[in-house]
Each structure stands twice: as structure tokens, then as C-alpha cells.
Design a protein around this ligand. Structure first.
Ligand code: AMP
Length: 215
């Protein structure tokens, strides 16, 4: 089963994707993670996109479609792909449809995580993650444990994203409304769109997504 998690930055796509990886052996394809990896390892493409990402602009369709194309060639046994942060434009959405068709696969659900913008700004400013396992923390709602060790894996290197600041977040939100939100109409018209309250308790969101996948 292949699904898209759609929603603005901070809606909880990454957190929900990680849960699906753990519980259903699905493969998370986060173009944001792939681009950060390219940037951290200093590849030519990574250097090219670093400034664009720091500003919160979108990198070109060509680059992200190329990244996804490579991953779809992975034929190992798994429970399906979770597209997280991709597609973000109509051109990416049509390219994904074509790539899936060309590789004999299909899209099963597009799940929108609905949230309000005030909540996003609060969630994202203050966000950090464990550098080892990706567990998400928040300065106010879920601070780092007093012993400085991740509750999940015990590591003690926490990371903050360079683009998790208010200015860049406002730009990421603008990009979302201008370029990504039209995808909601696109997938609704294709009969694939399902909606989930992204502000509900994390376990409730997990259960709502599970109900969609098991239906
Ligand atoms: P994310 O981790 O999904 O929030 O992505 C972080 C940043 O990577 C975004 O603000 C964009 O600059 C870039 N990015 C990630 N995915 C895409 C995409 N599908 N299309 C264009 N830019 C992307």
C-alpha cells in the first residue's frame, strides 16, 4: 500500500510516518530528509539546495522527482511507500503518478493532516529531534529529559533544524499555501483524499490513519 501524507510543515507527517515504518514495515520517503542528507554530506546537489532550504523555499521539481525516482526502483520486500513532504507541487504530483504507473505500482490513499496555523508556529518554534532515532521533542510540551538522554534510544545528541525558525517557517507556510495546497483539490477530485485531525493526541491520529489503511 502506497500513501501520501499531506499537510503544512509541523503537521506531524514525519512523526506519523515513523510510526507506520515501525508498525507496518512501510518505507518512509521524505524528500526533506534526503535533501538534508545531501547537504550534510556535502554533495554538489546538497550545496546547491542549502540556501533554498534555509530560506524555506522549494527546491526544483527536477531535483526532488529525481530523488524519488531512484527510491521507487527499490524492489526489496516492504509494506509500501509513505511519501512524506512529496509531492509539493502539481508537477511533482503528476510525475509521481507516472513513475508509479511505469513501475507497476499505484497510490492508495492521500491523507491530509489538518492543523491550524497558530498551532504550527507554536509547534515548530521550539522543535528538536534526537540525532540518532528521530524522536521529536519540544521546548515547552516535551523538553529533553533531565539526564540529557533520548527517552527512546538513550543517545544524547539532539538536533535543531536550521529552517525551524519563525521567519523561515512563515515562508514555508506561504510556499505550502501557494504551491502545495492545490494538491488537496487534485487528489479530492481523484477520489483519494482522506482527512485526519492533525491536532488530536498523537495516538488518536495514529488510530485514525490506521482506520483508513485497514478499511
Ligand atoms: P521538510 O523536511 O519536508 O519540511 O522539507 C525541508 C525543505 O526541503 C523544504 O522547506 C524545501 O526547501 C525542501 N523540500 C523538501 N521536499 C521538497 C519537495 N517535495 N519539493 C521541493 N522542495 C522540497
Amino acid at each position: 500500500m502506497n500513501i501520501i501524507l499531506l499537510g503544512p510543515p509541523g503537521a506531524g507527517k514525519g512523526t506519523q510516518a515513523r510510526h507506520l515504518v515501525e508498525t507496518r514495515n512501510m518505507v518512509q520517503l521524505s524528500t526533506g530528509d534526503m535533501l538534508r542528507e545531501a547537504k550534510d554530506s556535502g554533495t554538489e546537489m546538497g550545496m546547491m539546495v542549502a540556501d533554498v532550504m534555509a530560506r524555506g523555499d522549494l527546491v526544483t521539481d527536477e531535483i526532488v522527482i529525481g530523488l524519488i525516482r531512484e527510491k521507487l526502483e527499490d524492489k526489496s520486500e516492504h509494506g509500501g511507500f509513505i511519501f512524506d513532504g512529496f509531492p509539493r507541487t502539481l508537477a511533482q504530483a503528476t510525475a509521481l503518478g507516472e513513475l508509479l504507473e511505469a513501475t507497476g505500482q499505484k497510490l492508495d490513499h492521500v491523507i491530509e493532516l489538518r492543523v491550524n496555523d497558530d498551532a504550527l508556529v507554536k509547534r515548530i518554534s521550539g522543535r528538536s529531534t534526537c540525532g540518532q532515532c528521530g524522536e521529536v521533542y519540544h521546548d515547552v510540551t516535551k523538553p529533553h529529559p533531565e539526564d540529557g538522554k533520548c527517552v527512546k534510544c538513550g543517545a544524547s545528541d539532539f538536533k535543531r533544524r536550521a529552517d525551524d525558525n519563525e521567519e523561515s517557517l512563515r515562508n514555508r507556510l506561504m510556499e505550502y499555501y501557494k504551491k502545495t495546497s492545490p494538491l488537496l483539490g487534485y487528489y479530492y477530485a481523484l477520489g483519494m483524499l482522506k482527512r485526519v485531525d492533525g491536532l488530536a493526541d498523537m495516538k488518536v491520529v495514529q488510530a485514525s490513519i490506521a482506520a483508513i489503511l485497514d478499511n
